[in-house]
Write a protein that binds this ligand. Structure first.
Ligand code: SAH
Ligand code: SF4
Length: 368
């Protein structure tokens, strides 16, 4: 069998190599992999970390994903939807703190009223913050027309995690009905990309019944789809969800954590120019998890701007970190913490995915 050190000298990684790297079980090899991925990240994007202010503006959702704490049938959740004014105040807060990018995230709704509301909200944000302000949407599956309408209104990026690229596993973690279809989600991702968004996806790591082979396929799926930005992190149980009953089928948290770091590292080797977020789910397992994600090759973090009272009602999984902190200390502590690992937070800087910029140039050349 080839050694990890040997695989890390290669320019192209085969599926077999990816499986081997994800299967690493000794700390020295893990260290080697992470060091190489960080070297690639440092060479391509520098010691820089880009910021996206996360606004979880509503927990109303029409879906029932079996893993998610805010699924429609969880009656223990108090539902909320922030007003436009409340959201605009957060945008102003972002601007005051030199954040030039936000992510608007919520449960999934697909009615006319919701569509129009988001369109006018995007326009209102652009009016307050200027046309250059970047808005990432993470609002689930929508129609082609809706994606287009929001893009035309001024949203530049869209994040829709495929959750797993394996259809059989997708079926295991979702109800079997019309609104939870793998094929529809995949089609949506393609539509988002065709519409012109910087396109983001991702998967959960350590799901019950998920294999290393599945995860290797996920990474190759992301590469094959030519994705611009990725947010992936460990699956974490929520007690009020059907999937939490399968605890015995889960790998220990520490293993999910290390596997997530290896997923980030291997993805950085496969796609040196994309933006990779170091997720809060990592930090929920270990306080330094987000920093470790950056050290494994990620280059984006998403400080949560959602007011704490709402955040407590937006628990996708248990143990979400940062619940008791106010916004200011969060940004300030973040600046210090990131400085401690030798990285610099990039205020007043969009940090668009270089992969996207290059992809667009290539596309333009083809069509000119
Ligand atoms: N409703 C939108 C966006 C909000 S959910 C959507 O589903 O696309 C955002 C992400 O949270 C999901 O894509 C999923 O990957 C993640 N998530 C949900 N429940 C989770 C859990 N129990 N553990 C880890 N991540 C979870
Ligand atoms: Fe709703 Fe998204 Fe949670 Fe699924 S993952 S239940 S779509 S919020």
């Amino acid at each position: 069998m080839k050694t990890v050190a040997n695989i890390l000298t290669r320019k192209e990684l085969s599926k077999h190599d990816v499986v081997r790297l994800l299967s690493i079980s000794n700390p020295d090899d893990q260290h080697r992999l992470i060091k190489k991925a960080y070297f690639v990240k440092e060479t391509i994007v520098g010691k820089k970390v880009y910021l996206r202010g996360l606004i979880e503006f509503s927990n109303q959702c029409r879906k029932n994903c079996l893993y998610c704490g805010i699924r429609k049938d969880n009656s223990n959740v108090t539902r909320y939807s922030m007003s436009d004014d409340e959201i605009l105040q957060l945008v102003e807060y972002a601007l005051r703190n030199q954040l030039t990018d936000i992510v608007l995230q919520s449960g999934e709704l697909d009615n006319e009223r919701f569509t129009r509301r988001i369109t006018s909200l995007i326009r209102a944000i652009k009016k307050v913050a200027g046309t250059d302000f970047r808005i990432t949407l993470s609002l689930g599956e929508q129609s082609k027309d809706t994606y287009q309408e929001w893009f035309d209104a001024g949203a530049q990026r869209y994040l829709l995690r495929i959750e797993t690229s394996n259809e059989a596993l997708y079926k295991k973690i979702h109800p079997h009905d019309e609104v939870h279809q793998f094929r529809v989600r995949l089609k949506c991702l393609e539509t988002i990309q065709k519409t012109g968004y910087q396109t983001g996806t991702g998967v959960m790591i350590g799901l019950p019944c998920q294999t290393i082979d599945n995860l290797a396929d996920d990474l190759l799926f992301i590469k094959h789809m030519d994705i611009d930005m990725v947010g992936m992190g460990p699956y974490l149980e929520h007690v009020d969800t059907p999937l939490s009953l399968y605890k015995e089928a889960l790998m220990p948290l520490v293993d999910r954590y290390n596997l997530s770091l290896r997923m980030i590292a291997v993805l950085r080797l496969l796609m040196p120019y994309i933006n990779i977020a170091s997720t809060t789910a990592l930090q929920s397992i270990f306080p330094m998890g987000r920093e470790q994600g950056l050290k494994a090759g990620a280059n984006v973090i998403m400080p949560n701007l959602t007011p704490v009272d709402y955040r407590k009602k937006y628990l996708l999984y248990e143990n979400k970190s940062c619940l008791d902190e106010d916004d200011d200390p969060c940004l300030e502590c973040l600046r210090k913490r990131i400085g401690l690992i030798g990285e610099e937070l990039m205020f007043n800087n969009h940090g668009d995915s270089r992969h996207f910029t290059q992809r667009r140039q290539v596309t333009n050349n083809i069509y000119i």
